[in-house]
Design a protein around this ligand. Structure first.
Ligand SMILES: [Zn+2]
Length: 261
């Protein structure tokens, strides 16, 4: 394995870094331009493609093409499988991060149209990348790259005064071997960053057809606190962004190397 990049059995999944809202979707939102821009600032995992995937080494990168406010590809497609749907934040959000109305009520056809345009094609790409990686390498690791605000947003139902870690490693009971989890915790701890497992966010994404069925598919989520790399006021990258990004990638690659050996 090339120590400077991701190995070819990794699929990098970047679900939340887009701020793109297609023109035809904009009228669904009940927010003013100002408030929509603010909501994008709060909810986007800013620059996570740059943070995790530039350069991506030999890994395949699957990146959502639209903002999570359009559809959230990280949620289950069916609301009855998605716990966040009870809060109005299934794959198609009804409310903002502050639990106020985000979009007008959609018909079933309109929801299906959104899912057909943006959600299902994304998951087809992810499924294909995983299938291809399994065929070529006999295994696959989906590395799900995110970031989170340093202070909890109201929708999270978490204590906004609680101290949050620098790095959160999300795992799945079936798809995340204990040694993989430990390798990621150890690697990021060596950076001097505080690391928590499944706190404040839990889980790791696996394509639906493999979910809790195919042990050759492994998964880990890495969530980076935005306070490490993003200016809280401007939402622009901090001056040392390139260095932080290099460190994040280096620790991910180091963890994979330790896990593999
Ligand atoms: Zn995210």
């Amino acid at each position: 394995m090339n120590s400077s990049g991701y190995p070819p059995w990794v699929v990098l999944h970047i679900p939340h870094d887009s701020t793109f809202i297609p023109d035809q979707v904009r009228p669904q939102f009940v927010l003013s331009d100002h408030d929509l821009a603010l909501e994008l600032k709060r909810m986007t995992d800013h620059f996570t493609h740059a943070l995790f995937a530039e350069p991506s080494g030999e890994a395949t990168v699957i990146r959502a093409p639209v903002s999570r406010l359009v559809v959230d590809v990280e949620r289950f497609a069916a609301d009855d499988r998605e716990p966040m749907a009870a809060r109005g934040m299934g794959a198609v959000y009804e409310v903002t991060s502050h639990l106020t109305p985000l979009r007008r009520r959609l018909s079933a056809e309109e929801r299906a149209e959104l899912m057909g345009a943006w959600y299902h094609p994304h998951h087809e790409q992810l499924e294909a990348a995983v299938a291809d990686t399994l065929e070529r390498h006999g295994r696959c690791l989906v590395l799900d790259g995110h970031s989170f605000p340093g202070t909890a947003l109201p929708y999270e139902n978490a204590d906004p005064t609680a101290r949050r870690p620098d790095i959160c490693i999300g795992t799945d009971s079936f798809h995340s071997p204990k040694a993989l989890e430990q390798a990621f915790v150890d690697a990021f701890t060596r950076s001097g960053w505080s690391v928590a497992v499944n706190e404040p966010f839990a889980g790791a994404l696996v394509p639906a057809s493999r979910h809790h069925r195919d042990f050759r598919v492994m998964a880990v989520m890495v969530e980076v606190s935005r306070d490490l790399y993003l200016d809280r006021e401007s939402f622009e990258p901090k001056p040392d962004f390139a260095q932080i990004a290099a460190e994040v990638r280096h620790r991910c690659v180091e963890a994979l190397k330790a896990f593999q050996s």
